[in-house]
Design a protein around this ligand. Structure first.
Ligand code: PLP
Length: 393
């Protein structure tokens, strides 16, 4: 029987009931501007400070190390541009990043390259882990910032951020990590992690789209991205989106409290991987264990990923071929290509991203539905026909 299965949580998640309930009074009652000096403003300022304190507790950092932004992309832009522009004045104008970053990081680096800032794009191994020897060699005394994502949005590979941070610091560079996909998956203790800046976004953890955050360690000074009023301690102008900030605080508290329950998600993920690996000519993309609890990314040879997605959609399953941001293009994933997956195999990959909300019945349904879709598509492929004929000869 047809079901509806949402398996695209890496693209976005629904706003949870507890987040909606936390935000509702901030829209209807506590709607003041935190910068206003009157009672309504003071009430809003108290909420803003409270949200910052609660988030600081989640990450074991200080409240004044937290800056609210409009999204993960803004946080990525601010961290990299702000750091390199500030440090260039002291002779450090070089950026080190990886070939598998999200477009919010990659395109920021490409733009900065055009402005004259040199960038080194470090490669990854076949599991999608940054090549540490290449990374170490890339960081010099001219490097301003090392920008490496905590976990990849397409293949879910988790990077050794502690080790990378130590390498960056050993050469006097700042360490920035895009943790948009890692939040709610990995317990992040910023009092211990050698990270100077960390970006996150609300909509991957059941807060609304359009709210993000940048952690900037005390003592680290970067240039501003947005000019204007004195909000966020004069570092990020724009009237604070208070309802969403309160929603983000709630979502982060809930997501971090649920980290110990991820075992159940990991079991479902592995059942899905094992089931899909039974399909002939299939291959898991990304590291088998060092991967996000909810990420499944599998390549099927002799298949067009987009056709597979359409058939999944018709069957009520929401999935993706890569990141939501690049799904409008038919180009092969830059992440898979960087991992050495050949073009034609990269085209036949599907990403299924599950969460605590996913049920065992959802997994059963995907396992019942996807293999016949692949068989149907392969039977329509002239290449597949040749393979089958070849096997019969
Ligand atoms: N970084 C990563 C790893 C992401 O997965 C995303 C969103 O897909 C972003 C950054 C951008 O976040 P936002 O959509 O809030 O701009």
């Amino acid at each position: 029987m047809k079901r509806f299965v949402y398996a695209d949580n890496a693209a976005t998640t629904p706003v949870s009931r507890e987040v909606i309930e936390a935000m509702a009074p901030v829209f209807s009652e506590q709607w003041g501007n935190p910068s206003s000096l009157h009672a309504k403003g003071r009430e809003a300022k108290e909420l803003l400070d409270g949200a910052r304190e609660r988030i600081a507790k989640v990450f074991s950092c200080s409240a004044n190390e937290i800056y609210f932004t409009s999204c993960g992309s803004e946080s990525d832009n601010w961290a990299i541009r702000g750091a390199v522009k500030r440090l260039a004045k002291k002779g450090r104008n070089h950026i080190v990043t990886s070939a598998i970053e999200h477009p919010a990081v990659l395109n920021t680096c490409r733009d900065l390259e055009k402005e004259g800032y040199p960038v080194t794009y470090v490669g990854v191994d076949s599991d999608g882990i940054v090549k540490m020897d290449e990374l170490e060699a890339a960081i010099t005394d001219k490097t301003a910032v090392v920008a490496i994502m905590f976990a990849n949005n397409e293949v879910g590979t988790i990077q050794p951020i502690e080790e990378i941070g130590k390498l960056a610091h050993a050469k006097g560079a700042l360490m920035f990590t895009d943790a948009v996909q890692a939040i709610g998956n990995i317990d992040i203790d910023l009092s211990k992690l050698p990270v100077d800046m960390l970006a996150l976004s609300g909509h991957k953890i059941h807060a609304p789209k359009g709210i993000g955050m940048l952690y900037i360690k005390k003592g680290v000074v970067i240039d501003n991205l947005i000019s204007g009023g004195g909000q966020e301690r004069r570092k990020r102008a724009g009237t604070e989106n208070l309802p969403y900030i309160v929603g983000l605080a709630k979502a982060l508290e809930v997501a971090s409290a649920k980290i110990p329950e991820l075992d159940r998600v990991v079991k479902m993920r592995d059942r899905l991987i094992e089931g899909l690996e039974k399909v002939p000519f299939s291959k898991l993309n990304g590291h088998r264990t060092q991967r996000l609890a909810g990420n499944v990314n599998i390549g099927f040879e002799f298949i067009e990923g987009e056709s597979m997605l359409l058939w999944l959609d018709i069957s009520g399953i929401c999935a993706s071929t890569g990141s939501a941001c690049s799904s409008a293009s038919l180009e092969a994933s830059h992440v898979l290509l960087a991992m050495g997956v050949p073009h034609e195999k990269a085209h036949g990959s599907v990403r299924l991203s599950i969460t605590h909300e996913t049920t065992e019945e959802d997994i059963d349904y995907i396992l019942e539905t996807l293999p016949p879709i692949i068989e149907k598509l392969r039977n329509m492929s002239p290449l597949w026909e040749e393979i089958v004929k070849g096997n019969q000869n």
